[in-house]
Design a binder for this molecule. Structure first.
Ligand code: ASP
Length: 451
């Protein structure tokens, strides 16, 4: 039986030597920590590069035979790790970085290259903490298309981690496919590594340490946004999907299914209360607004066709076409003679002409338009459907702030009301929604846990 916790430290928590020292202090006064999962060093200050991005650029420089960039990126990456290891009297980074250089020269894949930030960070952290190093390559398993193999991963983690007394450090973000090639999760994926390990061993707790605790709104936009003390797994997933970036949405399900109590904490303020994630089965159900979150970088594709609403199965054709182009749909407001499809701009920008052409053909209409530069915002809450007038209050507040809403989407369970605004109005809309629901009389609907 596994006793102890799994603790994951995000990129900003290991961005520089003093942050790493902070992590070492956190770990040393918590003897229950059995597994530490680390990200690659992230931003040290606003505008700083994450090591994963430097690695991605390094790979691109190799692909485009850009010699001078290739060498300057190698220097920058080495410096980031040297800055950390010098403080602890270690000398690992130079050998590791030149190993990546050799691998790049021998055609290393992008995923392999991007994973090396976590790999070196975990090697260093294992030496600093005096824990054993366990390469994620041997326990996190993907199929050859890069999709996670949950069952194989669970088995490998149990075989290697569950029945030992060891304390280990595991690099986040990557694993291997059946051919042994390195595959990565989507960005921010170290949270998933931590959640998978915690779930497989049924850890006493999964703690996710990042640079901020979970608030009702992004504190970079609403400075004094209040801290969320507890929320359900489902709310966390909705909130994360809406853009609250302290927890990867795909990290929720493993811990939820395994019933592992999860906590989100701030490594920059380790004694402050964290956010406890609880199961929906708890008797404390009630209405509560979780928060307001969002993201920039959306486009709206509008398809117009007379009497569209009368045609059976009409939706299927454009959706199939987007699916074939690998585009996922963020939301889908439909009208009587028009259909709007909200998608991430980065998913369509490379193939935009082909996509529009295929939509015209499949939908049998020449009227397909694409507009860019939207932000998608979502108000997330529990059982909001039971509270009359939520949507009315939300959109009145947004309108009063002088912001025009372009699309609205609210599912019947009403856990999320999502809408799009122009990117330039993003922060204004977030502040307006926050002020309406988290500073006003609506707070009386908050569950006592939030109050
Ligand atoms: N290093 C990866 C990223 O920057 C993964 C992670 O931090 O979780 O997205």
């Amino acid at each position: 039986m596994f006793e102890g916790t799994v603790d994951k430290f995000g990129g900003t928590s290991v961005a520089a030597a003093e942050n790493v020292q902070n992590v070492a202090d956190i770990v040393s006064c918590r003897p229950e920590i059995r597994v530490v999962v680390v990200s690659a060093p992230g931003e040290r200050f606003k505008g700083d590069a994450r090591v994963t991005n430097l690695l991605r650029d390094w790979h691109a420089a190799r692909q485009s035979h850009d010699e001078s960039n290739f060498f300057s990126l190698q220097r920058m990456i080495l410096e980031r790790f040297r800055n950390i290891e010098e403080k602890f009297g270690l000398h690992i980074a130079e050998g590791e970085v030149s190993q990546i250089k050799n691998e790049l020269e021998n055609g290393a894949s992008l995923e392999h290259t991007e994973s090396r930030g976590e790999y070196i960070a975990a090697l260093l952290m294992s030496k600093i903490l005096g824990f054993n190093f366990l390469d994620a390559a041997s326990i996190i398993k993907f199929d050859d298309r890069g999709s996670l193999l949950r069952g194989d991963t669970r088995k490998a983690v149990r075989a290697r981690v569950r029945d030992t007394e060891e304390k280990i450090v595991v690099p986040g973000y990557y694993g291997t496919d059946r051919k042994g090639a390195i595959r990565t999760f989507s960005r921010g994926g170290s949270d998933i590594t931590g959640a998978l390990i915690a779930a497989a061993v049924k850890a006493e707790r999964y703690r996710n340490w990042s640079d901020s605790n979970l608030r009702h709104a992004d504190p970079r936009i609403v400075k004094r946004a209040r801290h969320i003390r507890a929320l359900s797994y489902e709310e966390l997933r909705e909130f994360a999907l809406a853009g609250a970036s302290v927890f990867h949405p795909d990290a929720v399900l493993p811990v939820q299914e395994a019933g592992v109590p999860t906590e989100i904490l701030n490594s920059f303020d380790p004694t402050a209360d964290g956010t406890l994630v609880f199961s929906d089965a708890m008797p404390s159900k009630g209405s509560g607004f979780t928060g307001v979150a969002g993201e920039r970088g959306f486009s709206i594709i509008t398809i117009r066709k007379p009497q569209m609403n009368d045609m059976k199965g009409y939706l299927l054709k454009p959706l199939a076409s987007l699916n074939e182009h690998g585009v996922s749909i963020a939301h889908l407001p439909t009208g009587i003679e028009s259909l709007s499809i909200v998608v991430k701009t980065k998913e369509i920008e490379k193939n935009i002409e082909k996509i529009v052409e295929s939509l015209k053909v499949r939908s049998d209409t020449p009227r397909v338009e694409v507009e860019h530069s939207f932000a998608r915002i979502a108000l997330v809450g529990r059982n909001m459907a039971r509270v009359r007038g939520v949507a009315g209050m939300l959109f009145t507040a947004i309108a009063k702030a002088g912001v025009n809403v372009r699309t609205i989407d609210q599912g019947a369970p009403e856990m999320t009301i999502a809408f799009c605004v122009n990117e330039s109005d993003y922060e204004k809309a977030i502040r307006a929604a926050y002020n309406e629901f988290f500073l006003s009389s609506w707070q009386r609907f908050l569950h006592p846990l939030f109050a």
